[in-house]
Ligand binder design. Sequence first.
Ligand code: SF4
Length: 260
Amino acid sequence: MARNTTRKTIRQRLDAARKGRAARLKSGRAQAKADAEAGHGELPQWTKAEIEAAFRRFAAANPTPRGELQSINPFTLLVAVVLSAQATDAGVNKATPALFKLADTPEQMVKLGEPRVRALIKTIGLYRTKAKNLIALSRKLVSEHGGEVPHDRDALEALPGVGRKTANVVLNVAFGEPTIAVDTHIFRVGNRTGLAVGKTPLEVEMKLNEVVPERYRLHAHHWLILHGRYVCVARRPRCEKCLIADLCKWPGKTVLSSPA
Ligand code: SF4
């Protein structure tokens, strides 16, 4: 009886110490420091086994993840992704139904003209530049690609307003290529967890291409974006709901690596 009580007391003390440590890690300052380390690619890289475990869990929880930008064909997907730069998907989705009703092909977009496109997307940040780019890229699609979105990285990146990230999204979603577009969410998740550490989005993308097993590559983009958008958010990540908390290397996480 006495021995049982002693064991219970020791366990309670250990639990209290673990909880205390987790609570200390919750402080905003500790998390900012941890993010600074993570953002510089300083945390340890996951092992093959850890990467396999993480993706097995993502796949089991959401076998066919989908992006949240609404589109009806490759052209409207390209338009939506161009509009989403430095804007939220929800904000883009509010503006695009009216735009796509009038123009869901490059020819129609050119015909609509820049002033009307500008008026239709004015709720989205940087709308003036984006309207100009949408007209210019539509013209180029008509004149150089027969009005089709090219299934080719170089051709996509040569379109006005289209960079590597946009090309990766289009290649993945419209053409089923196993590309991973590293946005702010994936950059954070890759570095915090240890899945793909790197100092720049391009470094993280290259690392992801190197370490993510082939069979998970097609959906990796959406699993990681959704994880970063809804669970591993920038401020106050929801570590208590995180599928991969035990694998995560981020010193700022608010749960412990191994179950208490
Ligand atoms: S435990 Fe999960 S939510 Fe928390 S920092 Fe790590 S990956 Fe992000």
